[in-house]
Design a protein around this ligand. Structure first.
Ligand code: UD1
Ligand code: MG
Length: 456
């Protein structure tokens, strides 16, 4: 393949989405539809990717990064042929062009490769047999099965409307011929539009055979026009992700109840329970088990770790053989070593926790360095914020922090120290001591009576 150009048509308004966001910026698998089409295009190693934009185009451009993209404005939507015409000045005379649709995110890259193998000589049109072809351009063939024309639904006769083979909208052709044909199309048709599909009959008229490429995967040609389409494609996309994971050996308790909005990389014998959402790049090493209803974003979880139900993990690294949750929240900057235990209603933020340490109940540990074999009791809070600045708490190895302790940062608790329950620690704690700081030591008053209800 020499000099391949790809034109992505994305100027449509997307009225049926009923949204202020341009249609092609709605997401499939956490990524805008158009970005998925661009990724597919990149897999074909083109020389140029030209995106034809229209309505809301500035926003589409701003939110679509890529040094390799060239943007062409189609100020008025006068038809698919007119849209491609806008990109013609960017096409060389040699090489070939592939036309993709900006709202068809599951485009079949392999099929495009096969089409391109013939597109330096011929116009190749991707077609699909549809049970209900209503609305689509019909592929008209002669008795020898050769393609003669594409007739749009609104222009088709009753007999033509019975044809079930439809134009998917994806086609490839030599540049020189494309330019020549586009200069000849008109808008004398039912929709008063410049139809790209008219180039088929023009090729046939010149005696150049048009090659059909019939695809069988309906999802690969399905465009998104409404929130219903968006939903259906999303579910298909997620089903494919789930099936790919199961094929690799991952156990999914229900492939219909998992959402992967990024890249999920799994080792051997990983088990994922229902209703989990994975975002960004997530790695689960061998024997990691994820309980139900977890949201895990941008994280790595090492071998043998169990994450229990309703845990939320965001931008964190978790060591091997650890136990997290249920109901734990690991916020950005959390780094847990091996064999750590983080229990229910514990929030960690920007905190490192050493080997074998435990924070098991109702704690907040933020901006902290926790050593190895530390036990952080129930309800311990690192008071890291003074209202203006954040300060650090250091808890050295083998420390025991009693329940309901407040560690007012900046503060360091020395190795092996014990802090009595209910202490408010404002000064550094020396190593290997028992430190207690309570308002008043416990007293017991003998013979004390509870107040009695006064009789009226
Ligand atoms: C088009 C095809 C039809 C095919 C169908 C497949 C033509 C004339 N018809 O019909 O044969 O079966 O797609 O879905 O090509 N676009 C622009 N600028 C425009 C018009 C459209 O960029 O002026 C873009 C749209 O954003 C969309 C694509 O081109 O991504 C297809 O346009 P659409 O209006 O949906 O074409 P159809 O009428 O469905
Ligand atoms: Mg349409």
């Amino acid at each position: 393949m020499t000099d391949l150009n790809i034109i992505i048509l994305a100027a449509g308004k997307g009225t049926r989405m009923r949204s202020d966001l341009p249609k092609v910026l709605h997401a499939i698998g956490g990524k805008p539809i158009l970005h998925r089409v661009i990724e597919a295009a990149r897999q074909l190693n083109p020389q140029k990717i030209i995106v034809v934009y229209g309505f809301g185009g500035e926003q589409v451009q701003q939110l679509t990064p890529g040094e390799d993209l060239e943007w062409v404005l189609q100020a008025e939507q006068l038809g698919t042929g007119h849209a491609v015409q806008q990109a013609v000045p960017l096409l060389g005379d040699n090489g070939s062009t592939l036309i993709l649709l900006g709202d068809v995110p599951l485009v079949d890259v392999e099929a495009c490769k096969q089409m391109l193998a013939q597109a330096d000589q011929h116009l190749v049109v991707q077609t699909f047999i549809k049970d209900d072809p209503t609305g689509y351009g019909r592929i008209v063939r002669n008795a020898d099965e050769q393609v003669l024309a594409i007739v749009e639904h609104k222009d088709a006769s009753e007999a033509q409307r019975a044809i079930q083979e439809v134009n998917t909208g994806i086609m490839a052709m030599p540049n020189a011929q494309l330019k020549n044909w586009l200069s000849q199309i008109s808008n004398h048709n039912a929709q008063k539009e410049y139809y790209l599909t008219d180039i088929i009959a023009l090729s046939v008229r010149e005696g150049r055979a048009v090659l059909p490429y019939v695809v069988t995967d309906g999802w690969s040609v399905t465009g998104i026009n409404s929130k219903l389409d968006l939903h259906d494609i999303e579910r298909e996309f997620q089903k494919r992700k789930g099936y790919a994971l199961m094929t690799q050996g991952v156990t999914l308790l229900d492939a219909n109840r998992i959402d992967i909005r990024g890249t999920l990389t799994c080792g051997r014998d990983v088990i994922i329970d229902v209703n989990c959402i994975f975002e960004g790049d997530v790695t689960l090493e061998d024997n990691v088990h994820i309980g139900p209803h977890c949201v895990i974003r941008q994280a790595s979880i090492a071998k043998g770790t169990k994450v229990s139900a309703f845990t939320h993990i965001d931008d964190a690294n978790i060591g091997a053989e650890s136990s997290i949750g249920p109901f734990a929240r690991l916020r950005p900057g959390t780094k847990l070593s091996e064999k750590t235990h983080i229990g229910n209603f514990v929030e960690l933020k920007n905190a490192q926790v050493g080997i074998g340490s435990k924070v098991n109940h109702l704690s907040y540990v933020g901006d902290a360095e926790v050593g190895a074999n530390v036990n952080v009791g129930a309800g311990v809070i690192t008071c890291n914020y003074d209202g203006a600045n954040k300060h650090k708490t250091i808890i050295e190895d083998d420390v025991f922090v009693g329940s309901d302790t407040q560690l007012v940062a900046p503060v360091t608790v020395g190795k092996g120290a014990t802090i009595a329950a209910g202490s408010t620690i404002t000064k550094n704690v020396p190593a290997d001591t028992l430190t207690l700081c309570r308002a008043r030591e416990q007293r017991s008053i003998q013979g004390w009576k509870r107040p009695q209800k006064v009789k009226k």
